[in-house]
Design a protein around this ligand. Structure first.
Ligand SMILES: Cc1cc2nc3c(=O)[nH]c(=O)nc-3n(C[C@H](O)[C@H](O)[C@H](O)COP(=O)(O)OP(=O)(O)OC[C@H]3O[C@@H](n4cnc5c(N)ncnc54)[C@H](O)[C@@H]3O)c2cc1C
Ligand code: SF4
Ligand code: SF4
Length: 425
């Protein structure tokens, strides 16, 4: 049996890193985050003389993930727990503020809930991400304290981001804060809380959004080139979606003659292009729906979105604290809740049980072929491999992964170089 990965360097070189940034937050003397063109946000050694304390690898979601919720809690929706993690309530709704609803990726629920927490819930701000002002094709972690800042940073960015690299901002804030991120970011925060009492006290709410995978910066640069942007440093703004539902991938840049130009692609076109550049860890991710957050939000894609339709969000209460925040935000008029229906979750993400089942085989093949495997505890996988995959898919779940092990060099330790100055902490 192979040993689990034991250091942050190994998590990166064996391609298990999600890019969350929590290692740079808990061991800031040793690690800082940067952008590795082909992979995503990655930790780089800031000072080799600063020894690893072991805290980072302990909380690293790339190396391991473990569920700690109590599945026998009678208030949980029991029939969802095995496949979807802890769920107290499932709603379809949207931000009551029209500008937030329009700018948001889906119905602006993440932003509206964060705004409620700040304006009415006694919190000081929200730690999340936004486009970098100097290079809008890169992301940076931001701490928003009001509506304008939150609004400016709405929208999913299908590109590397490491919001956990600045957890110190939550610890240093006077009041509690909201955290918004991907499911792996939320998992990292939950674990960091267990070793950082100050963070535990200051974390008012964790909001995660559904995530099928984070494409590398290489993906964005190739797409920019394809639409005619010859120099990415001339990009003045880049949105991946939002401003409509799901909204358009939209780049604006100044061309060599000084003219302002804009190109757009549909959400489907841009995601079809970018998804090929997802980091490896996303292919073996056990949590695409924010199982470690207080509240998870996603697209209620159980039906076809009509042209021009205003955005809607699927809103999942994953803890009792999350449920209370959703109810209070609705009562205070920040969020409009339309339908409460537990079946909305499986109906909106019909492929995820298949993905979860396929993961069982993927992990087996990785282990057999000597590639690195994260330690996952508390996730049901085998039962879905048995029930959700056809015979053909079952065979493919083994052969497809075996091919990828060699194509993606998963048995090797890869060199992860910082190619772009990624800023960050
Ligand atoms: C990489 C990625 C993959 C996704 N995959 C799926 C999917 O499989 N299924 C699905 O239903 N939806 C997916 N989404 C979209 C997501 O569901 C919607 O963004 C979600 O519904 C939130 O919409 P909203 O209108 O409430 O968010 P908004 O109110 O627009 O707020 C979005 C928030 O997300 C933060 N954010 C944006 N990009 C990132 C990032 N890369 N990392 C960390 N934080 C970020 C912003 O800072 C902002 O606070 C994905 C989004 C991303 C970024
Ligand atoms: S997954 Fe997060 S904690 Fe682990 S190495 Fe990557 S950035 Fe660091
Ligand atoms: S697919 Fe999983 S590992 Fe990849 S970015 Fe999304 S939550 Fe993180």
């Amino acid at each position: 049996m192979r040993l689990p990965v034991l250091s942050i360097e190994e998590v990166c070189s064996r391609q298990l890193c999600t890019g969350c940034g929590v290692c740079a937050s808990v061991e800031p003397d040793r690690f800082r985050m940067g952008d590795a063109l082909e992979y995503g946000r990655r930790p780089f050694v800031r000072d080799a003389a600063a020894a690893e304390t072991g805290e980072a690898v302990k909380v690293c979601p790339g190396a391991s993930l473990e569920h700690t919720f109590d599945p026998s809690d009678p208030e949980l929706i029991g029939e969802l727990a095995n496949a979807w993690g802890p769920v107290y309530e499932v709603w379809e709704g949207y931000a009551s503020d029209e500008a937030i609803r329009h700018a948001g990726s889906s119905g602006g629920a993440a932003t509206a809930l964060a705004l409620y927490c700040i304006e009415q819930g006694g919190m000081g701000g929200a730690l999340h991400i936004g486009a970098r002002a100097d290079r809008p094709y890169l992301n940076e972690t931001v701490y928003s304290t009001g509506r304008d800042q939150l609004l400016a940073n709405t929208g999913s960015r299908y590109a590397p981001a490491s919001p956990c690299d600045s957890l110190h901002l939550i610890e240093q804030a006077e009041k509690p804060s909201v955290f918004i991120g991907k499911p792996c970011d939320a998992a990292a925060v939950q674990r960091a809380q267990t070793i950082r009492p100050e963070l535990d006290t200051k974390l008012g709410a964790v909001i995660a959004f559904f995530c099928a995978g984070a494409p590398s910066t290489r993906g964005t640069l190739e797409l920019l080139e394809q639409v005619g942007v010859d120099d990415p440093d001339r990009v003045t703004s880049l949105r991946y979606r939002g401003k409509g539902w799901p909204g358009l991938w939209t780049v604006t840049w100044t061309d060599a003659d000084g003219n302002e130009r804009t190109e757009q692609r549909t959400y489907a076109e841009s995601w079809h292009f970018l998804q090929k550049y997802r980091q490896w860890r996303c292919y073996i991710c056990p949590d695409h729906t924010g199982e470690f957050a207080d509240i998870a939000v996603g697209d209620p894609w159980y039906r076809e979105v009509q042209p021009g339709e205003a955005g809607k969000s699927l809103i999942i209460a994953r803890t009792k604290r999350g449920r209370d925040i959703i109810h209070a935000a609705a009562e205070a008029g920040y969020i409009t809740l339309e339908t409460k229906d537990a079946t909305l979750l499986p109906r909106s993400q019909p492929n995820l049980l298949h993905t979860r089942g396929g993961l069982w085989a993927r992990l087996k093949v990785l282990r057999l072929l000597g590639a690195a495997v994260p330690v996952y505890r508390g996730f049901e996988l085998f039962r879905f491999w048995r029930s959700e995959l056809t015979l053909k898919d079952k065979v493919r779940s083994f052969t497809g992964t075996a091919k990828r092990v060699f194509r993606k060099r998963l048995r090797e330790r890869v060199q992860v170089a910082e190619v772009v100055d990624g800023g960050g902490r």
